[in-house]
Write a protein that binds this ligand. Structure first.
Ligand code: ADP
Length: 497
């Protein structure tokens, strides 16, 4: 029996006001309907925003350490539900079970980390230039946050946004991806059962245009955090700017791995396979460009082709599966269109393509796909494909490799495999991305550090991390000057010494 997934508004599970629903299906076997989900529209968004606005004064006034205690309880509850939630991530999104459990673990890590921030929401006290006067800055919440999340980390990314928003004293309306509403509903249920007051965290399921856009545009939503495609992020940034809302987005990557002639080649191949084909390439940090030194190019290509060809596709719940399906029919066709485009642009496909054999017949499977003879100007080399598709380039030197790596509209993550410390140091300095990995693939960010990218990848403060990361997005500064001189004192207008 499919799950019935409702909205969660003001502490109650309710269907869409219109009564409409849509289906969530298993991408490994699209015949299986997993959930029947509230198909929300502006009226539902409005009810959720009202609830969030009403709950805001009480939540903002709750001492941050007390808010943290609820998040600690939520983290403990997530641990108890980890196996179940992880299995739902695999069923609904497709990634293999160990990765799905990692998705949940990331949410647990983030929830603990943000719970701790409840006792560390520090500002600064600084000396005043005037006598009998002091000055301090404090972090205060922003208000009601609209959070719009993608399907590729259906538990971790909502948790990345919800927990810093809540610890800072904001209230939240979450609009999760239409592909993964069951995961979002389970996460919200666990967080709320840990003791969040009604209205503090609300869930509205539905599609981008009909539920997401009304959330961004709602006059009582003070701030928006978005993770998803670059095109949608760009559009939402304009809508938010026109309405003077705080806005941050993370929207894509075209992440390179440089493999130098002095690299441990076997380690580099292992890393490239993990970076490119983990989560079937459906990560914003997935390695989609491999830039290989000419001296080891032939050996590298032979090894990665052989090992990528051996990866087993299938249902992510089966322990022998290496690569799960693409999340949906629409994404499946989008990735296949890019593969066809690569051939039309003149690149040479040596592996991969659609995979419909045996148990994969009814799912959206694409085998690890490799392109050689790719020019940096080709669309497959520049646009985010978000699937198991990799372009392999040659470079004659570290300089050429770094220039190729930086020649991208995106700047999320980059990696280098080298055993030469000078090469590593130069790459660390010159790669123009938000994340740089040395002798590791482009994926695997840890929650205690800021996450985000340069150029078109992102806008606004970084996700994750604490100060310098998520707290800069989910709080704003208030500065307080206190004059206890009992007379009029004028800053900047005193006597020059
Ligand atoms: P993808 O192509 O990877 O699904 P999207 O950017 O389309 O990425 O979706 C990411 C999130 O943004 C989802 O929750 C989706 O519903 C939402 N979304 C898509 N279009 C809009 C829109 N016009 N307004 C608001 N949210 C949107």
């Amino acid at each position: 029996m499919p799950e019935k997934i409702k909205n969660y508004i003001n502490g109650r599970w309710v269907g869409a006001a219109s009564g409409k629903t849509f289906e969530s299906r298993n991408p490994a076997d699209a015949r299986e309907v997993l959930g029947v989900v509230a198909d929300s529209a502006a009226a539902d968004v409005d009810a959720a925003v009202r609830a969030a606005k009403a709950a805001y004064p009480g939540w903002a006034a709750t001492p941050a350490p007390k808010r943290g205690e609820i998040l600690y309880r939520a983290a403990e509850a997530l641990i108890r539900h980890k196996a179940d939630l992880g299995a739902w991530v695999t069923r609904e999104m497709g990634k293999v079970l160990p990765e799905a459990l990692g998705d949940v673990q990331e949410a647990i890590d983030m929830t603990y980390y943000m719970a701790g921030e409840g006792r560390r929401l520090c500002g600064e006290t600084v000396p005043s230039e005037l006598p009998d006067k002091d000055a301090k800055s404090v972090r205060v919440p922003v208000g009601v946050f609209g959070l719009i999340t993608p399907w590729n980390f259906p538990v971790a990314i909502p948790a990345w946004k919800i927990t810093p928003a809540l610890i800072a004293g904001n209230t939240v309306v979450l609009k999760p991806a239409e592909e993964t509403p069951i995961c979002a509903a389970r996460l919200v249920k666990i967080l709320c059962e840990a003791g969040l007051p009604a209205g503090v965290l609300n869930l509205v399921c539905g599609f981008g245009e009909t539920a997401g856009e009304p959330l961004v545009c709602h006059p009582n939503v003070d701030a928006v955090s978005f993770t998803g495609s670059n095109a949608v992020g760009g559009r939402l940034s304009v809508l938010a700017a026109e309405r003077h809302k705080h806005f941050a987005m993370e929207a894509g990557g075209k992440n390179p791995i440089i493999i130098m002639d002095d690299a441990d080649l076997s380690l580099a191949v292992t890393g490239a396979l993990w970076g490119a084909f983990g989560t079937a390439g459906q990560r914003c940090t997935a390695a989609s460009r491999l830039i290989v030194h000419t001296a080891v190019y032939d050996r590298f290509v032979a090894q990665i082709t052989e090992r990528a060809g051996r990866l087993r596709l299938g249902n992510g719940l089966h322990s022998k599966t290496d690569v799960g399906p693409i999340v949906s029919e629409a994404q499946y066709h989008k990735v296949l269109d890019y593969i066809a485009l690569g051939a039309r642009e003149g690149a040479r496909q040596i592996l991969g393509g659609p995979h419909k054999k045996g148990a994969c017949a009814h799912g959206y499977f694409i085998a690890p796909t490799l392109f050689l003879d790719v020019r940096p100007t080709m669309r497959i080399a520049r646009e985010e494909i978000f699937g198991p598709v990799v372009c392999i380039f040659k470079a004659r030197s570290l300089r050429e490799a770094i220039d190729l790596a930086n020649d991208s509209p995106f700047g999320l993550s980059a990696a280098i495999y080298t055993q030469n410390t000078h090469h590593a140091a130069r790459a660390e300095r010159d790669l123009n991305t938000g994340l740089v990995y040395i002798n590791a693939a482009t994926i695997g960010a840890e929650i205690q550090l800021p996450f985000g990218g340069t150029r078109r990848t992102g806008l606004g403060p970084r996700e994750a991390g604490g100060r310098g990361g998520a707290l800069d997005l989910y709080t704003q500064w208030k500065v307080i000057y206190r004059d206890f001189s009992g007379r009029l004192q004028k800053a900047q207008i005193g006597e020059t010494p």
